[in-house]
Structures are given as C-alpha cells and as structure tokens.
Design a protein around this ligand. Structure first.
Ligand code: NAG
Length: 435
C-alpha cells in the first residue's frame, strides 16, 4: 500500500517535471526550518485576509486541539476592547494530521488604522494595518513563491516597500504533497502576512490530490480561506473583493470555467454588480497566463481564455495578473490574441522564487503584444494613485537588491474613451443574456 502510494506520487511528480523541457538556472536551496519547542496552544502561521466590507479574517494554527478560535483586538497595544468569534477546521493527509486551523473574522474596522490583536486568548501580540478607504492604495504582487533563498529575498523586498494588500496569483508553498511544508510556509510568511492582508488564488501546486485517496485543494482550502462566501461564491477557488476604489476578481484556473460552470455564472453575477463609480479600477488574477511568449506552459491557458476573455473584455477589466511561468512579462492592452486599446494589460509574475528555478526560453521573435519580458525573480508594486492613474513597477532581485527594472503608468479604461457606461452595459448585457 505504502509502496504503491510512493509510485503513484513519483509518477505524478515526475510527469509534471518532464513537461517543462526548458533550461532553468540555479534555483536556490530550500530554506531550513529548525525545530522550535513551543507550547501547543501557541498560535502559529498567523495570516490575515480581507473578509467583506470593513472586516478581516485572522487565520492561525495551534497544535492544541482545545485551543479556542477567537481573536481579541483593539487600537492600542495590550488593550483588547473587541472580540471576534471564529471557527476551526483540520484535515488528514495520509499519515499527516494538521493542527487545529482557526479562522476568526474581526470588524467592523476603521480604514487605514493599526489594530493590535491576539489569537486564542494567549501567545504574542500581533498588529495589522487596515487598507485605506480611498486612493491611493498600493498592492504588492508576487506569485509562485515557494520557500527557498530566493523566496526569502523576494519577501524581504516586499517587506521594505509600503503596501496595503498583497496579491498572489497562485502557487504558494510548493509543499507538493509534503504537508508539513505547508506549516513551514505559514511560518515563513507570517511576519508579512500577519501585518497586511494576503489575497491569494490557487495554482497547480495547491491541488495535491491523490486519486481515490485525497481530494483536490484540501490543504489549501483549509488553511487559506478567502472571502468567497462574502462575495457570493460557493467555492474558495474563486471570489472577489473591493478595496479603496478597486474591484479585484480572483479566478480559478484549476476549476471548471466553461459557460455552464458555477465559476462562470458566479463571474457573470459578480461583474454585473461592479459599479465603476465606486470602483473605477477592475483587476483580475488567476494562475495560468493567457498571453505568454515564454516557452514554458505555452497554450495551457487557451481553454479558459476562450471561455472567459469575452466576459472580461466586455466588462472593461484594466489589468490581469497571472503566475505559473517563472518569469516576468508585461503586455500592451490586448484582446483576442492581439493588441487592443480597450482590453486589459496582462502581467505574468510567477517569479517569486520557488525551487524549480526560472523559465528562460522565449519565443523569437517576440509577439507584437509583448512589451517587456525577463526571466528573473522579483516582485511587483501597483500603486493606484487615483481613479484614473496607476503606477506599476517590477523589481527584480537577481542581485539580492530590489532593482526596479520595468515601470509604466497605466490609465483606467473608465476614462479612456473606449469605455462608456452605455457601451459597457450593451456589451455585458449581451453576454449576461446568453444562456
Ligand atoms: C491622478 O494622478 C495623476 C498622476 O499623478 C495626475 O496627473 C492626475 O492629475 C490625477 N488626476 C486627478 C483627477 O487627480
């Protein structure tokens, strides 16, 4: 039984490696996580996420199964005037038993305010800052993180920048079936993810299913609960949220996306609720790129693109972030495979630093829609300055320094002339009316 399982596992692992036949440069060593003696009720792997208007979800893990799931919080250190009640879950994965995974929602919270909090009635005090209610707001963006020396360097650079919310287009821990690596990943990101909300969507490395034994996304869904219920979705694999004039849609590349699927129908409903007066910027994230001139993962996104691109185009999405390809690429505004002034800019940023290394080989010549491409580890910063202007920078960390390598001013489609309330309504209505 055990032997059979190992064979199954290695087949799954090797078949995914064999598909990547490009040469990647030196990955960095996986980080070592020394075993630390801790009390079993000590909260670990603390991270926060936005959970509907004025609310945040605090998530953490304890080894003590009787540890309670509430969060005490307030605006001065050590003074907890408020309490958020939560819930807990746990999961088994072959021989692995997870700790108790707690999720507690706190709020209503004031915008742009520091809160101090404590998980489960004990342990250390943490603090967080809520995002502002209005522009400007800055997002940090990095996908395909893993937990190597390069990941550490990316996280250090993000830590140095001023940002309000982290956006992650899939592939978090690279645990790849080794469940304790989800725990070490939780510890690795806690210094950042307990202070600023991390909004994530799934990648292929989150799947971790074993035929007949373990369902897809068991670990990911248990640990990284996102505001899907708050946004009218019935799956943690796709949801949306609004923050300071930006509507962000998180889609799932690894769940059904055809026009009869739950995801597609949820997306139609979500787009029909977007109010461009309230949220002039519309952003989407998912894992597998649709516009990708790297040799790696060519055409993998075609199926989803065929189904969903017309919907994103008709609703005037400004920017699409993806991961999966371990390199950076930025396009012109595009639609239907070519540049189009009324389509979104696509940015592939799957270069957070995982152990698989970089994807170096590109299509030659470069397609007309590709503006900038480079195979380096790094992170991005998206500052939404106001309702019409956003400043995007990409910082590579090849030399362990965050070097700004790509930079562009983006203007929102709302004020571009190609987007009008009338046209949008017409376009969208046409699609929404489709059976
Ligand atoms: C938005 O920001 C840009 C860039 O700083 C500036 O040029 C523009 O005037 C601002 N627009 C408004 C309406 O404030």
């Amino acid at each position: 039984m055990e032997r059979k399982l190992l064979v199954t596992l290695s087949v799954i692992l090797f078949s995914s490696v064999a598909a990547d036949d490009y040469v990647r440069p030196e990955p960095r060593q996986a980080l070592q996580f020394p075993w630390k003696q801790k009390s079993t009720s000590q909260p670990e792997q603390v991270h926060i996420s936005l959970a509907g208007d004025k609310h945040m979800r605090v998530s953490w893990v304890t080894n003590d199964k009787s540890s309670p799931s509430f969060v005490e919080y307030g605006t001065s250190p050590g003074k907890y005037s408020f309490l958020g009640q939560g819930e807990s879950t746990s999961y088994s994965y072959i021989f692995y038993r997870s700790g108790k995974i707690h999720h507690a929602v706190i709020g209503p919270l004031e915008p742009d305010t520091v809160y101090y909090y404590r998980c489960g009635g004990g342990g250390p005090e943490f603090h967080l800052k809520t995002p502002p209610a209005q522009f400007p707001i800055t997002f940090a963006v990095a996908g395909d993180l893993g937990q190597t020396g390069w990941t550490k360097s990316t996280l250090d650079h993000i830590d140095q920048c001023r940002y309000e919310v982290h956006l992650l287009p899939g592939d978090l821990s690279y645990a790849d079936y080794m469940q304790h690596k989800w725990d070490t990943f939780g510890e690795l990101v806690q210094p950042l993810a307990s202070v600023r909300p991390w909004m994530v969507t799934q990648g292929n490395h989150e799947k971790e299913n074993i035929p007949y034994l373990v369902d897809e996304f068991v670990s990911y869904n248990s640990r990284w609960k996102m505001p899907y219920a708050e946004s009218g979705s019935n799956s943690n694999l796709y949801y949306s949220f609004e923050v300071a004039g930006v509507h962000v849609i998180m889609l799932g590349s690894y769940t059904d996306y055809d026009r009869y699927s739950d995801q597609y129908n949820w997306l139609k409903g979500d787009l029909s609720k977007v109010d461009r007066e309230r949220t002039p910027w519309l952003i989407a994230l998912f894992h597998v790129p649709w516009y990708n001139s790297n040799d790696a993962h060519q055409n993998e996104g075609d199926g989803m693109m065929a189904e969903m691109e017309p919907l994103l185009y008709a609703s005037g999405v400004d920017i699409v972030f993806t991961g999966h390809v371990h390199a950076y690429e930025r396009t012109k505004r595009v639609n239907n495979g070519k540049s189009d002034p009324c389509g979104p800019v696509h940015i592939t940023i799957g270069d957070g630093g995982n152990r698989e290394g970089l994807a170096r080989k590109y299509k030659d010549p470069s397609p007309e829609w590709s503006v900038f491409r480079e195979a380096s580890f790094g992170h991005g910063e998206l500052q939404m300055v106001n309702s019409t202007h956003a400043h995007w920078t990409w910082h590579r960390n090849d030399d362990d320094e965050p070097t700004k390598s790509d930079e562009v001013w983006l203007t929102s489609l709302v004020n571009s002339g190609c987007w009008t309330e009338k046209k949008w309504n017409e376009n969208l209505r046409k699609i929404l009316m489709e059976p």
